[in-house]
Write a protein that binds this ligand. Structure first.
Ligand SMILES: NC(=O)c1ccc[n+]([C@@H]2O[C@H](COP(=O)([O-])OP(=O)(O)OC[C@H]3O[C@@H](n4cnc5c(N)ncnc54)[C@H](O)[C@@H]3O)[C@@H](O)[C@H]2O)c1
Length: 443
């Protein structure tokens, strides 16, 4: 541990080692540029102001210190909202080690800010794959008792490569759909070694974060990357799950003609009745101006589709991993590529057409914009904070994937309503009795 104002060595991105004076009290970290901390502080201040539920939890954590002595290993997108979560967990007494859950999603200003606040942060934007996994391993070096993951990469490394550390871990949380799917597969295989709470599956998470958060921030990322008009354009949404529903709704709101592609007949029907056209990707490919994948699946847009796309088509992904678009096939079909704008690469195909890929096919809302709005992350991260507290209070849970306890989910909803000054009705005693009986029917 370093002392305040100690003259020491800071390692910054690209590994140059620089001698500098530490102006802050801090422990180990690795960020792009520690001097970005003041800008990060402003971003985090802004997010904090818009996360009232987490602020209340933090106040209680400061008093009760429910996480005292607990080391947390977190692999989450390092955004201003994640900073508010990290500070809340630290206020609860935890030691927090944090890395990014995507090589392109870290906000460098925020990472720098967190380093000055005693969070062991290992994250910077534009990481190579080996740097990304190096950071995960650095977090694991802290021997966490609870893991907080987004996409299950940290849990995966822990179970495959750092198994000696499993004995320290009492539980974990998982933030996103793709991570939960991976964890359920581990559970089914008997490979999972500790209990995990699927934060993604809380109502106060997916109904708001996946739907309204992804809906708005994906549009935000596309607009920042392209600066193009959506009105009147054919906007293809691949996957009509919670994220896809949100995106389709918001694209329609901006005047786009939305086309949905699906593999699930029920979801396809729902899309039709919600007012969208549904067709296979092979058909949509011919007419789409914008394509966005949000499926959690692999190679949803591939060579056979890109062969049919119009000149100038924009392709993006907002699903967790960068495998939804077959980028190696796009590379093979192309004779050259150039960066035209930040987060927009234009591929020149052999037949002369040009296709534009946003943010290297990584989550466009986090790579080209700032991820979900703070108000939405307020609920997701309140579930994270309370689930982390729950895991530390309930040692000895069975090794399986759990839903967020109903009490927590309802508490978050209640606190959010209160924070936005909305009151609702309460069941009367008569209504409670009526709803609990089976004897009453037609009168
Ligand atoms: N960008 C973000 O910030 C963000 C936020 C939350 C979740 N996610 C990620 O987005 C992805 C989707 O999450 P979700 O909560 O909407 O999941 P979901 O399970 O609710 O929906 C996924 C949908 O994709 C469909 N699908 C699967 N394969 C398909 C294919 N080949 N073609 C068309 N449709 C297909 C499924 O039938 C399903 O309806 C996941 O990877 C998740 O982790 C991203």
């Amino acid at each position: 541990m370093f002392k305040h104002n100690q003259k020491t060595t800071i390692i910054v991105m690209n590994y140059p080692v620089v001698e500098t004076e530490r102006r802050y009290t801090m422990t180990d970290y690795k960020v792009k540029d520690i001097n970005l901390a003041p800008q990060g502080a402003l971003l985090v201040e802004w997010a904090t102001k818009h996360m009232p539920v987490l602020a209340q939890i933090r106040k209680r954590f400061e008093k009760e210190k429910p996480l005292k002595g607990v080391t947390l290993g977190a692999c989450l997108h390092v955004t201003k909202e994640t900073a508010v979560l990290a500070e809340t967990l630290k206020a609860g007494g935890a030691t927090v080690a944090l890395c990014g859950s995507n090589p392109l999603s870290t906000q460098d200003e925020v990472a720098a800010y967190l380093a000055t606040k005693g969070i062991h942060v290992y994250a910077w934007r534009e990481q190579k794959t080996d740097e990304y996994f190096w950071c995960i391993n650095k977090v694991l070096d802290y021997k966490p008792q609870v893991t907080l993951d987004d996409g299950a990469d940290l849990v995966g490394i822990l179970h495959k490569e750092r198994t000696e550390l499993l004995q320290n871990v009492t539980g974990g949380t998982e933030e996103t759909t793709t991570g939960v799917i991976r964890l359920r597969a581990m559970e089914a295989d008997g490979a999972l070694k500790y209990p995990i709470i699927a934060v993604n599956d809380a109502y106060t998470k997916y109904l708001f974060d996946n739907r309204y958060g992804t809906g708005q921030s994906t549009i935000d990322g596309i607009l920042r990357a392209t600066s193009l008009l959506l009105a009147g354009k054919n906007f293809v949404v691949a996957g009509y799950g919670w994220c896809g529903r949100g995106l389709a709704m918001r694209a329609k709101g901006l005047g786009a003609q939305v086309i949905v592609t699906e593999v699930d007949p029920t979801k396809a029907l729902e899309a039709i009745m919600d007012g969208f056209r549904v067709m296979p990707m092979n058909e949509a490919a011919k007419i789409g101006d914008f394509f966005v994948t949000l499926t959690g699946d692999i190679h949803v847009i591939r060579g056979e589709h890109m062969e049919k796309m119009k000149d100038g088509a924009i392709i993006a992904n907002s699903g967790h991993f960068n495998v939804e678009i077959n980028i190696p096939e796009l590379e093979k079909m192309s004779v050259s590529k150039r960066t035209v704008r930040p987060n927009l690469e234009e591929y020149s195909l052999k037949d002369g057409r040009k296709l534009c890929l946003l943010a290297e096919g990584r989550l466009v809302n986090l790579a080209a914009a700032e991820g979900h709005p703070s108000e939405v992350m307020d609920m997701s991260f309140s579930n994270q904070a309370l689930s982390t507290e729950y895991l530390t209070k309930h040692k000895g849970m069975k090794t399986k994937v759990y839903r967020v306890p109903k009490d927590i989910d309802e508490l978050v909803a209640g606190l959010k309503l209160k924070a936005i000054n909305v009151e609702i009705d309460e069941l009367t005693e008569e209504q409670k009795k009526y709803l609990a009986t089976w004897e009453e029917g037609t009168i």
